[in-house]
Design a protein around this ligand. Structure first.
Ligand code: ATR
Length: 284
């Protein structure tokens, strides 16, 4: 039952109909007995400034931000957390003392997905496939977690070069850019501990596609995918068969949500409740 003091959290994206976030967060609010509600709003790009003003005017406690607004929303917020500024994208907005603050919980979510799998990135070498927003979050997360070296490979090499420059300006210089060709990547793979797909390759309906032949991987390497539909992509399936430790995009999705929940409510997120809802939705 909602009341006159129910706190509001919204998802701003376009489209939003397929998001799992409302079910995950509403289950979490219920589990902690919080009088809060999470609603999804499909906001056309031209209406984003009005939607942000709406959040202010209606006194929302916060919001999540998804495609296509993660970068553009930054101009309408009062403050941007330094990590979100480095990544260049905001996925969580928190209202605090009348100000709207922008955060990025994708980075922390990715690190927690590694931690859950028992992987400590400190001192490790990683190959990141892709150079979009998700790649930026993963790259800055790994740099912050003191990984030893990053290799970036992207179809559009300029974007990988730009990300490498951004990492360098932030003080992380152990970055190389490799050409987006299997021949070149086959030479990189034996040198790394982890391979992370941040491209959309393998996402439904193109479930059979892989960003890289998983047959090139070696046993005990870590393979991560940010794609969570399907929960186990063809890339991860191949990696698992090669004897790699595989980490599904569902795990990053869960933990970015848990971190956002804590930012809004100040409470520890009921991760097991959220996991059950998410996995039930994703696997059905
Ligand atoms: P996100 O914010 O989810 O990362 P994005 O910024 O659009 O989304 O980035 C998508 C990433 O997937 C990019 O690295 C993109 O490569 P380009 O920079 O060359 O566009 C990559 N990607 C998407 N489809 C691809 C495909 N068919 N082959 C190779 N890379 C692809």
């Amino acid at each position: 039952m909602f009341t006159a003091s129910t706190r509001l959290v919204g998802l701003l994206g376009y489209p939003v109909a397929h998001s799992f976030s409302p079910q995950i967060h509403n289950a979490a609010f219920r589990a902690l007995g919080l009088d809060w509600v999470y609603l999804a709003f499909g906001v056309e790009p031209s209406r984003l400034p009005a939607a942000v003003e709406g959040i202010r005017a209606l006194g929302f406690a916060g919001a999540n931000v998804t495609i296509p607004h993660k970068e553009s929303i930054m101009a309408y917020l009062d403050e941007i957390h330094p990590l979100a500024r480095l990544i260049g994208a905001v996925n969580t907005v928190v209202s605090r003392e009348g100000k709207l603050l922008g955060y990025n919980t994708d980075a922390g979510g990715f690190l927690r997905s590694l931690e859950e799998a028992g992987v400590d990135p400190a001192g490790k070498r990683a190959l990141i496939l892709g150079a979009g927003g998700a790649a930026r979050a993963v790259a800055f997360a790994l740099a912050q977690a003191r990984c030893a070296a990053l290799t970036l490979a992207n179809r559009t090499e300029d974007r990988a070069q730009e990300l490498a420059r951004g990492l360098g300006e932030a003080g992380f210089r152990a970055v190389e850019v490799a050409p987006w060709e299997e021949g070149s990547l086959a030479g990189v793979i034996p040198e790394v501990d982890m391979v992370i797909n941040t491209t959309s390759i393998g996402m439904a309906p193109d479930r059979e596609r892989v960003p890289l032949d998983p047959g090139l991987l070696r046993p005990r390497q870590v393979a991560c995918d940010i794609v969570y539909n399907p929960p186990e992509t063809a890339f991860l399936k191949g990696a698992r068969l090669r004897g790699c430790l595989v980490i599904s995009g569902l795990s990053m999705l869960l933990y970015q949500g848990a971190e956002a929940f804590t930012l809004w409510t100040g409470r520890e997120a009921p991760v097991e409740v959220m996991r059950e809802v998410l996995y039930n939705l994703a696997l059905r």
